[in-house]
Design a protein around this ligand. Sequence first.
Ligand code: ATP
Ligand code: MG
Length: 456
Amino acid sequence: MPLPYVPTGAVPEPVVELCRRFQQAGFRAWVVGGSLRDILLDRPTGDWDLATSATPKQVMGIFEQVIPTGIDHGTVTVLFGGEPYEVTTLRGEGGYSDGRRPDRVFFIDDIEGDLARRDFTVNALAFDPLDGGLIDPFGGLADMAMGRLQTVGVASERFSEDGLRVLRAARFAATLEFQITDDTQAAMTQCLDVFAKVSPERVRDEWLKAFTARAPSRAFEVMRATGILGVTCPELMQQVGCVQNSYHAHDVWTHTMVCMDACERGPIHRLAGLLHDIGKPATRQLSDKTGDYTFYEHERVGAGIAERWLQRYRFSNHERDQVVDLVRHHLVCYTPQWSAAAVRRFIKRVTPERIDDLLALARADALAKGRDVGEELQQLEELAERVQQELAAGAVLGTRDLAISGRDVMQRLGIPPGRRIGEILEILLQQVLDEPALNQRERLLGAVDALGRGEP
Ligand code: ATP
Ligand code: MG
């Protein structure tokens, strides 16, 4: 008799079939972990995690295609019907002495023992799709119903075993929109030294997962309150209480949180929202004239801080370039007086690939001022339209789009390859940005002649 908790059909047929194969071979298998949690919460499920009574060797005997992904820890990946499934043998764990991984794992034969080593109650359930049995030894279902996140067992012990867990707690608070219980959150603040041992790659991956939440600020508020944010990024911590000026209702931190939540174009956009004002605490100065704070060049200083941080946390070069560019250009000082040439220069500076992200960041940044920004938003809308018009008109934005090439410049002036050629093309591009009609071969060659004669 299936229990009502797991809706019929929620576990896809191939997963049920996989469990049946285990049964036919004399073993058992359960759906566990995030996939079960997400079914129960009616959220989209990611990867399917399975627990089994079969040892990795036995799993390899049952299925044809098995990849020994983490065989030392009892985990293999079974390819079944073309899909990968992570299958882990029921296990217990010996002590943790490095705060990262158990000193030893040993296989056990009861599912409850396996669930006991898991991090949070909502992640410590198991479901057998063949008999419909749901195993919930730690009250995971009740916590789900209450939107509550707490550890399995004594929080301080569980967090000191594995430093990653505090960050997972912050992430789940955001993605599941759950409240961390007081006991669990209090224990998080005491485990900063263990958290400090977590590898940068794992921190990066958790942050990226947190960014998928509707409001990632929920994760970052937990990181701030518990102090783990200070371990990963002290510059963000300095934003807390960093009062701004008359344009802003919030301190830099709250402004940053609201801005990040409003950046909805994917993880890179979230990251840009999070880091856009990272240069503010370091550049804040009180103006003698206005008696208000200024943040002179904070976008340039911030781009430098962001670049070093993204490198340290092993983001790819491409991700780093995107975020750093968005931070560097996030101050859009548009006024309706901008000429068409100014709009084209703006697109060139930001690049057409980044322009939509940047305009959306500028919108989020304006909204996060917490003041009436109707006029600013309207102007950004106008800028976005003018940008679209220029792009649709095929505006020349790079030297490669010019009607002549470097070779033409060399021939015309009789000079050898070298830096000067690039400089001349750049000057021509500036002229074409001002006056698009100049982009014709004959007119450009005339302009090259003039440059050759030393005319400006
Ligand atoms: P998601 O897949 O959405 O990131 P998840 O909870 O499935 O979330 P996984 O890393 O896939 O996370 O892990 C699967 C399960 O393994 C978890 O649900 C949990 O039961 C257990 N688990 C994962 N990481 C830890 C950990 N650091 N400490 C204890 N148990 C863990
Ligand atoms: Mg998972």
